[in-house]
Ligand binder design. Structure first.
Ligand code: DLZ
Length: 160
């Protein structure tokens, strides 16, 4: 596994596009709230540290990761520079995990194909709660931080 021994959330702030003047939408699933709240905090703190104004960060909350598709589409309709879809799907005893992961990854991919506003995939798909904790502020970093970096890079790309 690529992340087995790595914290992937380190980045060079000097290499980040300036955030001032950018508007970013965060769409946050409430399932596994402990995890998605930590991802959200990581993403928001990174955007603010890059110069995005607090007033230019809009938050939308949706029930679960499946609803991130509609939530992100709604966020795109408000014309931000980028959208970050935040969720955490954790394997259970049934096949629900597979269907939700498949739907949300395909749905967000479709939004990126259909619109010029990038949607960043910040959805953890873990086998255990511990794996999710490791990637939302634990030993493997915080995927929300990585998603914010990706959002700034893609917002910048879309302007050139
Ligand atoms: C139903 C469900 C289950 C079992 N597990 C998760 C999960 O681990 N993470 C998540 O974000 N959402 C889960 N959901 C809820 C679905 O995403 C969705 O909200 C419901 O099926 C209603 O459409």
């Amino acid at each position: 596994m690529a992340t087995a021994h790595k914290n992937l959330s380190h980045f060079d702030p000097d290499q980040l596009p300036a955030g001032k003047g950018l508007s970013i939408a965060l769409v946050v699933a409430q399932w596994n709230h402990e995890i998605t709240a930590a991802l959200y905090e990581g993403a928001k703190a990174t955007l603010l540290s890059a110069g995005v104004q607090a007033a230019d960060i809009t938050t939308y909350r949706v029930p679960g990761s499946f609803e991130l598709i509609y939530g992100s589409k709604h966020a795109q309709s408000k014309n931000p520079d980028a959208v970050i879809a935040i969720g955490s799907v954790i394997q259970g005893a049934t096949k629900h995990f597979d269907f939700v992961c498949q739907a949300v990854s395909q749905g967000i991919k479709d939004l990126n194909v259909q619109s010029n506003i990038p949607v960043i995939f910040c959805v953890l798909t873990d086998n255990t709660l511990e794996q999710a904790q490791d990637r939302s502020g634990g030993k493997h970093g915080n995927k929300g931080v990585e998603a914010a970096v990706a959002a700034l890079q893609m917002a910048d790309l879309s302007k050139h």
